[in-house]
Design a protein around this ligand. Structure first.
Ligand code: CU
Length: 150
């Protein structure tokens, strides 16, 4: 079921977007989490425009704050989350937000995020207009090794 809906979403995105001069968000999803915890959103940003851009931040009514983070292994082998002020998104480029790398952190959720929910997330860019998307919440506990790593 999960596979089916994300494939449907992908083909919808492909049909609607390829060839047009837009910034596309592919395969967005949020991890299940409880109120008061931090949530996390992953996605792929694809800049189909001919203008270099940057993601400057995001907002959502589900959390007290929304931050761009990057998980990185420190020199002594500890996984750390580093806040990022911006993420470059050059013309024609694709940037992946995925477990163990870049992610959108929903800081202090004001509601539970349950599998099957949809949350609203608005992305802010340096040049491009705001993009508001509906992000499906998925239970990632079956995903190999990555589920305890933001
Ligand atoms: Cu984080």
């Amino acid at each position: 079921m999960k596979r089916f809906s994300s494939m449907m979403l992908m083909s919808m995105l492909l049909l609607s977007a390829c060839g047009s001069k837009v910034i596309e968000v592919h395969e967005p999803w949020a991890r299940t989490a409880a109120k008061g915890e931090n949530g996390v959103v992953y996605m792929i940003l694809h800049n189909h425009t001919s203008v270099d851009d940057q993601l400057l931040g995001a907002s959502s009514d589900t959390a007290q704050a929304v931050e761009i983070h990057e998980s990185r292994m420190s020199d002594n082998g500890v996984m750390q989350m580093i806040p990022r002020d911006s993420v470059p998104l050059g013309a024609g480029e694709e940037v992946e937000f995925n477990p163990g790398g870049l992610h959108i952190m929903l800081v202090d959720l004001n509601r539970d995020l349950a599998a099957g929910d949809q949350i609203s997330l608005t992305l802010h860019f340096a040049n491009y207009a705001d993009v508001t998307l509906s992000v499906p919440v998925q239970d990632a506990s079956g995903m190999d090794g990555s589920h305890h790593m933001p």
